[in-house]
Design a binder for this molecule. Structure first.
Ligand SMILES: [Zn+2]
Length: 307
């Protein structure tokens, strides 16, 4: 059972939005690539874990704090007798280890993922204790999902699962007793309640510099032709109903500019190219609550979505 599904993180989400609305610097593009890669690795791993259809509880991408330190968990599985903690890496190419240090083949050092895993495990252990969950065994692994990875000088005793070991690893996981009960569910809910949505670190941007307009959800093109109540993307052929496209754009606006009010005017401007203000008003009225009167009126969501 998936308690917290894997979704693109806010950082990746923000980078994707900015990439289609402004020219990113080379560094920012590289960061976007890294985020995309990391995310697709997690998706890959998750599909396999979900494929086991066990009765355990799965929480993905948790942001937690313990002992005044923040830490992030890629994937946590609560099974009957133990917790499985996974740090998923989508590294590609050749790497080597020297002592405690890890390097890319060109000599650039990278963060030691085993140290990262150990830190996460220690902080999780502490957090569990603080919450009154003592003595739950934790097994932690760094999972490398990309078959185009080679790691030189890897000692045998590291908690690492390499791509060519994944099949056997999943066979082993499949044998773990996974039937959970209320106790496990309470723990899962506790962890979920402690999850924090930390604001993402994004490149600088201003409202003025961002390109306005509705973007195709499939290919991110601005090449949309409005035909009646739908948008047709002239680049990839995707058809989307207008309300869904507008609301998607409102989400983007609200994500990128949390301090700006959602008004008919502001969304009309943000969705540059939509023919009538009335269309925007109608769509907003259906999904949002109208606050205030006349020119000062704005829209608010009924419930805040913290997920
Ligand atoms: Zn398209």
């Amino acid at each position: 059972m998936i308690i917290k599904a894997l979704v693109e993180g806010n950082e990746l989400k923000g980078y994707r939005m900015l990439c289609s609305r402004k020219l990113l610097s080379c560094e920012d593009k590289q960061q976007l690539n890294r985020l995309e890669k990391g995310y697709s690795g997690e998706v890959l791993f998750n599909e396999r874990v979900d494929g086991l259809s066990k009765e355990w509880l799965i929480l993905n991408d948790l942001q937690l704090e313990s002992n005044n330190s923040e830490f992030q968990i890629d994937s946590l599985v609560i099974s009957r007798k133990l917790l499985l903690l996974f740090e998923v890496k989508n590294y590609e190419g050749d790497y080597y280890i020297e002592g405690e240090k890890w390097y890319y083949i060109n000599g650039n050092s990278i963060q030691n993922p085993v140290h990262q895993l150990e830190r996460t495990e220690a902080l999780l252990r502490r957090l569990l204790q603080d919450q009154g969950y003592n003595n739950i065994p934790i097994e932690s692994y760094v999972i490398f999902v990309n078959p185009d990875l080679h790691l030189y000088n890897a000692p045998r005793n590291l908690p690492i699962i390499f791509p060519n070991q994944l099949n056997r690893f999943f066979e082993r996981l499949n044998k773990i007793p996974s039937k959970t009960n209320d106790y496990h569910m309470r723990l899962a809910m506790k962890l979920l309640s402690l999850h924090k949505n930390t604001p993402p670190k994004l490149p600088n941007y201003s409202y003025e510099e961002l390109r306005k307009g509705v973007i195709c959800p499939n290919c991110y093109s601005y090449n949309l032709d409005s035909k009646g109540f739908v948008f047709l993307c002239e680049s990839c052929g995707t058809i989307e109903e207008m309300p869904s496209a507008i609301l998607r754009s409102v989400d983007e606006f609200a994500f990128l500019f949390p301090d700006r009010k959602i008004t008919t005017r502001s969304i009309f401007e943000w969705c540059d190219g939509v023919k009538s203000v009335d269309t925007i008003r109608r769509i907003l009225l259906k999904k949002f609550n109208l606050k205030g009167n006349g020119k000062a009126s704005y829209y608010e969501r009924e419930t805040k979505n913290y997920q």
